[in-house]
Design a protein around this ligand. Structure first.
Ligand SMILES: Nc1nc2c(c(=O)[nH]1)N[C@H]1C(S)=C(S)[C@@H](COP(=O)(O)O)O[C@H]1N2
Ligand SMILES: [Mo]
Length: 387
């Protein structure tokens, strides 16, 4: 699997050499495809760019991943043979590292793929592992390519052929204590490097967004998991409040406007790092609506539905009774525009932006909580309190 295949083939010469070359090539191509599709799923700005084809993209990534795993399995006998015929500890190291990466990615990948959200912490753990291994492998690949290039340059220059030492051929895979230490060192580095990166990223984004808000107020970057906005018809639009309540109700837009308005100023923070400071909010207090419908015994959770038919969020009922939690219809003194969730969006001043569901048209009081859109897709924290 090492680049050495091209430079120093085994005894059987050309056939084996080309075979290793192609195995190596396919491996590289699959890995790069996985990294590119993975980057689109991992980097928030790229993810938003994908819009609705995000899930097809994710599916493609999973399929390539499975292909990659099958390839690793199929190539294993060749790799073992190859490693056995070469002395260098680097090859053993490469080999072990590659196998652990393959296994780590596959196990965590399969878990993420089947999207088992019932054990949220397990899912978050696997997502972390998957990300860390992937982030770690980038400098590794760069180093790998660099080494290949360097060796190629070296091999172009005329050289005296090295005479193999006695007994060098048939040492098999021997792991010395040093190799084992190196292997674990590598895995440890992978985790630390990945961890540092994840730790650094939100910190730097927060720093950047703080800087930005010192300079100016910031602006809303319109986020929507769909590319088309729901249509708001003022005459027919209704907010439905149902579920475990004594008085299921619906409210027209005019009815909401006629209720006691609640106005205040509060910052808005998206979990990806951007913020808007001193936003003027106006709407009706959620507490007031809840009091009107009278939740029944056992109705301890709330699910809100967006008219986009895709986005949902869930809350503990008591979280919505906190101060300044509103269903907002005005932002900065103007009715919400179509992109901002017209005519209604939730705003909780203590929570991240993803809890501020836009185009809300149904509020359901429930016995069980369940997951919202991002909680299910990406393992976001259920409560979303600002940290
Ligand atoms: N229906 C719906 N509501 C949503 C979202 C969405 O994609 N769909 N994105 C959420 C996220 S992650 C954020 S940060 C805010 C962004 O609000 P804005 O689009 O008004 O800037 O909306 C939240 N509410
Ligand atoms: Mo967000």
């Amino acid at each position: 699997m090492g680049t050495g295949a091209i430079v120093d083939a085994g005894e059987n010469g050309v056939n084996k050499k080309t075979r290793y070359f192609y195995l190596h090539l396919v491996h590289g191509i699959l890995l790069v495809m996985l990294l590119i599709t993975g980057a689109f799923l991992y980097v928030p700005s790229l993810r938003t760019f994908l819009g609705e084809i995000r899930w097809e993209f994710r599916y493609a990534h999973s399929l390539i991943g499975i292909g990659y795993f099958l390839f690793l399995c199929a190539a294993l006998p060749d790799v073992v043979r190859y490693a056995r015929n070469h002395k260098a500890w680097q090859k053993t190291f490469h080999f072990c590292l590659q196998i652990s990466l393959g296994i780590g990615w596959t196990i965590s990948g399969i878990y993420l793929w089947v999207n088992a959200t019932s054990y949220l912490s397990v899912r978050q753990f696997f997502l972390q592992i998957h990300d860390m291994l992937s982030v770690f492998v980038i400098p590794w690949i760069l180093g790998h390519i660099g080494l290949w290039y360097w060796r190629r340059c070296k091999s172009i220059r005329p050289q005296k052929k090295r005479v193999p030492e006695e007994g060098e051929r048939d040492r098999g895979i021997q792991l010395s204590r040093r190799d084992v230490l190196r292997l674990f060192g590598g895995v440890f580095l992978a985790v630390v490097a990945g961890g540092l990166f994840r730790w650094y990223q939100p910190l730097s984004e927060r720093f950047a967004s703080t800087l930005a808000s010192v300079k100016r107020k910031g602006y809303f970057r319109i986020y929507s998991v769909r590319s088309d906005n729901p249509v708001f018809n003022r005459a027919t639009w209704q907010l439905t409040v149902d579920g475990l309540v004594e008085r299921p109700s619906s409210f027209s837009y005019e009815e909401l406007l006629s209720m006691r308005a609640h106005t205040f100023i509060s910052d808005f923070h998206c979990v990806t790092g951007w913020s808007v400071t001193d936003v003027k909010w106006k709407g009706v207090s959620v507490k007031e609506i809840i009091e009107q419908v009278k939740p029944k015994e056992g109705g301890t959770y709330v699910r809100m539905y967006s008219a986009d038919q895709l986005y949902t969020e869930t809350y503990e009922l008591t979280q919505l009774l906190e101060e300044n939690v509103i269903l907002a219809y005005e932002l900065e003194g103007k009715p919400l525009n179509e992109n901002q969730g017209a005519p209604l969006r939730l705003f909780h001043p203590g929570m991240y932006g993803y809890k501020s569901i836009k185009w809300v048209h149904r509020i359901e009081i429930r016995k069980e909580r369940g997951l919202g859109y991002w909680e299910e897709k990406e393992g976001y924290d259920l409560n979303g309190y600002l940290t």
